[in-house]
Design a protein around this ligand. Structure first.
Ligand SMILES: [Zn+2]
Ligand SMILES: [Zn+2]
Length: 140
């Protein structure tokens, strides 16, 4: 389904700003609100941050965009897709999608008596492919 159809299907008008926002997320994968703002501002110099924020919130509320669960400091967003884990690069901070079998992880989890898990996110720390390659070439 294209973006216009996806927006219409959930009752949102496919404004050029929303379409650009989704295209940017599709191209870049994971973006902070500031990065989204900068990308959109390129096309529309008069754009305000609050407008971008409102559009983003509308997309999050309707499940088209998802906030990536990374610990603390930054808020990062991505287009909603099949559930996956994230690898955060220790060196450059890049966020890489990692496929993971969440049903198997859920089955393997030992839940304390009386407690209930509803859902979870999985974060790996390490190095992105580029930084890992750089590390190894330093050694050689
Ligand atoms: Zn990196
Ligand atoms: Zn992701």
């Amino acid at each position: 389904m294209n973006y216009k159809a996806r927006l219409n299907a959930i009752g949102l008008k496919a404004t050029s700003q929303r379409l650009t926002l989704m295209r940017q997320l599709a191209m870049q994968g994971h973006l902070t609100i500031d990065a989204i703002y900068l990308a959109l501002k390129n096309e529309r110099p008069l754009l305000s941050l609050s407008t971008v924020y409102n559009n983003l919130s509308a997309l999050v509320k309707r499940g088209i965009v998802k906030e990536v669960a990374i610990a603390g400091e930054r808020q990062v967003f991505e287009l909603t897709q099949q559930k996956h884990a994230h690898l955060i690069c220790r060196k450059c901070g890049a966020i890489t999608d990692v496929a993971a079998d969440f049903a198997a992880i859920r089955r393997a989890a030992v839940v304390p008596n009386g407690a209930e898990i509803e859902e979870g996110d999985l974060i790996f720390n390490g190095f992105c492919a580029r930084c890992a390659a750089a590390e190894h070439s330093d050694v050689a």
